[in-house]
Design a protein around this ligand. Sequence first.
Ligand code: PEP
Length: 250
Amino acid sequence: MARRPLIAANWKMHKTVQEAKSFVAALLPKIAAVRDRDVLICPPFPLIHAVDQARRDTPILLGAQNMYFADSGAFTGEVSGPMLKDLHCEFVILGHSERRWVFGETDELINKKVLAAITHGLIPILCVGEKIEEREQNLTEQVILNQLDLGIKNVPENVIGTMVIAYEPVWAIGTGRNASAKDAHDAIALIREFIHSRFGSGAADKLRILYGGSVKPENMATYMREEGIDGALVGGASLDPESFAKLVTY
Ligand code: PEP
């Protein structure tokens, strides 16, 4: 099954409103000819509205980098699924390694967020990936499958295929040390095989699985040549419109 590639920008905690607007204005002409793939920007919360306005009537998709699972309430500093929908977000990154390892998010919490995102019509981009010490102990497969299994717990069978999974080895994120195309391929094949064994070929064939971790214009094509890699989740190299346009037009 031909899946539509997805190239997603994770801006992390970068940019001002003006910088976000300038980015979109600079990006649009560079990707105007692109029709066969999805382009997604996930700005920090305070920039979502500005990016939404700048991308209106364009094919650029909009997402957030995190959310809380409750709809509203006494949760100081948190943002809910209904709020993101209200801002016209279509996607939400969940379980990013920085959320797991800087902010202590557990698989159980991430799963609650995944379920809440789905309830509110947001497409979760669930990130999974091993730390360097886990890789060195040959625990990569176990870690990926465990995070995946717990992260998608109770997700309805008919929804799994509409989700996005990002394989992001922690040691490759923001380090300049990208995974080899073979390692990314093998991890993504493992994820698809797990989904296939659990939910069948309909879900496994439909599910988009991205690679993330020091993706740059120079290495993007090597990933996209691999069978099963449906796109990239990009941090550092997504901050500059020139560089992100090169990733989109790999
Ligand atoms: C990320 O933030 O998801 C990421 C992969 O970052 P970078 O591309 O900078 O490694």
